[in-house]
Design a protein around this ligand. Structure first.
Ligand code: ATP
Ligand code: MG
Length: 568
């Protein structure tokens, strides 16, 4: 591509609205332009990188026997009602109507559509197992679109779905696809880690996320030296209990005027937050429940939803809380709470003499003892584990780091096939629901994650495997005919040799061109200048390392090919 004819609008300055390195660099290098909140245009460089990642994904999915299909963006609401997700998915689901007021979703994920295909087309156990996938635009009306294409409202995803007779077959495909993911992210030169994950709104029994390590990541990952790794919302850990050698006192009412938060109450009463128990009312699939953790800890809503077997957990709105407790928000407690389940974290069980909300305005209760002063329906592990807690497997201290979730795999079981009545005839002549897996990979988010890990102060340092172009030819001055003649020839010869080449043939100053070359970050820059030509050489410079090789003009093409072979 000749730069003089290309749409590569670079910017010297960081755009003010961009917070992360990848977002800034994608804008500055002219890869993307924002159309509106969470919606982006891909300009030529961005489009080429996206296609490169897409192709790696396609090759590795095909290599483990998956078949590519393409499903529509427009998904009739009837299918989503069959699984109940029309109601459960909430505001992230983009809903539209046709001219006859028929409702559709703009697909955020395609379990319903693929299950519909399979229930209509697949009859026999003999056709199982198989996996289909697509690479397609997804729509999610995200609450907070941000970081450019990392969290956008329209994005490119690879989503795969597998169908099986039994769990062993699902396990095998799940492993194959996780191995394919490992190869994909290795080919993209990413430093990443698979971690155990919560299943969330998609459901199922078992899930892994692939996390690209990055301080700008929105996910917190808990890791242990023994190899254990999980997202924080899913991680299991041992939370050290405070010493409780006190004799239990008698429950007492205390006035706590306007003291609503844990910090306010603990300061007002002069006690450690760990001696409070906080009570949070949630709605689990619409049914209110009370969840209890120690005052110095947070609840993992993912663990709570797993403990309750609920699809959707949301904090209850204030009017529900007031109706249940008879008190405004901030004074909720478990004592005398009637008619709803009380789920407490295991760490609450041994506590004595704790402070809880009094279910009355400006009132708390002290010297409360779980089990004696209030009933707990069930104790579960619902605490959000953090750095410094101990590993549930080996007891060592847990560490944490941040990551960008680039893909997630789920063992769905029969969640979708059962609700949509998708069955096959088994060997014994009995109709059985398909056992399913699903596997999503964010293609556009992966491009951003690559830049997040491959950059320096001057710009992007693309890995060769996904770079928009492998080589940039830079002519120092377009005024020198000797230089432009050689550059034209090199450009043609390299393209003929199958190399993607960007040719900076703009009539700009050398300074501007060098700065732009660093910013757009092609792996190898070949500089053609009058001074070099005098000694019969062109200069090849590796963007990432700065390593310079002088190549004799006559051997330039071969020399460039040799250097490219050494680049990741
Ligand atoms: P997140 O927790 O980041 O919202 P998710 O769990 O909703 O992600 P999945 O439903 O598992 O994501 O989707 C599969 C993949 O699609 C994710 O791993 C991610 O790479 C990508 N993805 C999801 N939401 C977005 C988005 N809003 N913008 C870009 N990529 C996304
Ligand atoms: Mg999401």
């Amino acid at each position: 591509m000749r730069w003089s004819k290309a749409l590569i609008p670079t910017h010297k300055e960081d755009p003010s609205a961009a917070e992360t390195t990848s977002h800034k660099l994608m804008l500055r290098s002219g890869c993307i332009r924002k159309l509106t909140s969470g919606v982006y245009n891909y300009l030529p460089l961005g489009r080429r990188a996206l296609l490169k990642v897409e192709q790696i994904v396609r090759e590795e999915m095909d290599a483990v026997g998956c078949q590519e299909i393409l499903m529509p963006v427009l998904c009739p609401s009837e299918l989503w009602r069959e699984t109940g997700r029309w109601d459960v998915y909430g505001k992230e689901l983009w809903r539209v109507r046709d001219r006859n007021s028929r409702e559709f979703a703009l697909g955020p994920t395609h379990e319903e559509v693929v299950t519909d295909i399979v229930r209509n087309e697949v009859r026999s156990y003999r056709e199982l197992p198989f996996t289909v996938y697509q690479i397609q635009t997804k729509f999610r009306d995200e609450l907070r679109p941000r970081f450019g294409v990392v969290r956008s409202r329209e994005f490119l995803m690879k989503d795969a779905y597998s169908f099986h007779r039994d769990d062993e077959s699902l396990d095998e495909t799940y492993r194959d696809i996780c191995d394919a993911y490992t190869r994909i992210f290795e080919r993209c030169s990413l430093t990443f880690r698979p971690v155990e994950a919560a299943t969330g709104a998609i459901g199922g029994s078992h899930s892994h996320e692939f996390m690209v390590l990055s301080d700008t990541g929105e996910s917190e990952i808990i890791v242990c030296e023994c190899g254990y790794a999980a997202t924080d919302e899913r991680a299991e850990g041992a939370v050290d209990p405070p010493p409780c050698d006190e004799a239990p006192g008698e429950m007492e009412r205390v006035e706590t005027p306007e003291m609503r938060t844990i910090e306010q109450v603990s300061e007002f009463l002069g006690i450690d937050p760990g001696k409070l128990v906080k009570t949070i009312i949630y709605e689990a699939d619409g049914r209110p429940v009370a969840a209890l953790v120690r005052g110095d800890r947070e609840i993992s809503e993912a663990k709570l939803s797993m403990a309750l077997g609920a699809d959707l957990i949301v904090p209850a709105p204030p009017d529900v809380i007031e109706k249940l407790t008879g008190a405004p928000v901030g004074f909720t407690g478990p004592v005398g709470l009637e008619g709803i389940d009380v789920i407490a974290d295991h760490t609450v069980e041994p506590l004595v003499n704790v402070v809880v909300g009094g279910n009355a305005q400006d009132v708390h209760l002290k010297n409360v003892k779980p089990g004696r002063d209030f009933k707990v329906t069930a104790f579960h592990d619902i605490v959000l584990v953090r750095k410094g807690d101990r590993c549930a497997r080996c007891g060592a201290e847990l560490d944490s780091f941040r990551g960008i979730e680039v893909s997630q795999a789920f063992k769905l079981g029969t969640k979708y096939s059962s609700s949509m009545n998708a069955t096959y005839l088994d060997e014994d002549g009995v109709a059985k629901p398909f056992i399913m897996g699903c596997y999503g990979l964010g293609v556009s988010r992966t491009v951003a994650a690559i830049i997040e890990q491959h950059n320096d102060k001057d710009g992007i340092t693309w890995p060769l495997s996904v770079a928009p172009f492998a080589v940039e030819i830079l002519v120092v001055s377009m005024k020198s005919e000797e230089c432009t003649t050689l550059a034209d020839r090199l450009y043609t010869d390299l393209k003929a040799a199958g190399v993607d080449v960007l040719y900076d043939d703009r009539d700009d100053s050398a300074g501007v061109k060098f700065k732009d070359a660093d910013l757009v970050g092609m792996p190898l820059r070949v500089t053609i200048g009058a001074r070099g030509l005098k000694s019969g050489v062109v200069e090849a410079r590796v963007r990432k390392t700065g390593e310079v090789t002088e190549l004799p003009v006559d051997d330039a093409v071969q020399g460039i090919l040799r250097i490219l072979e050494t680049l990741p």
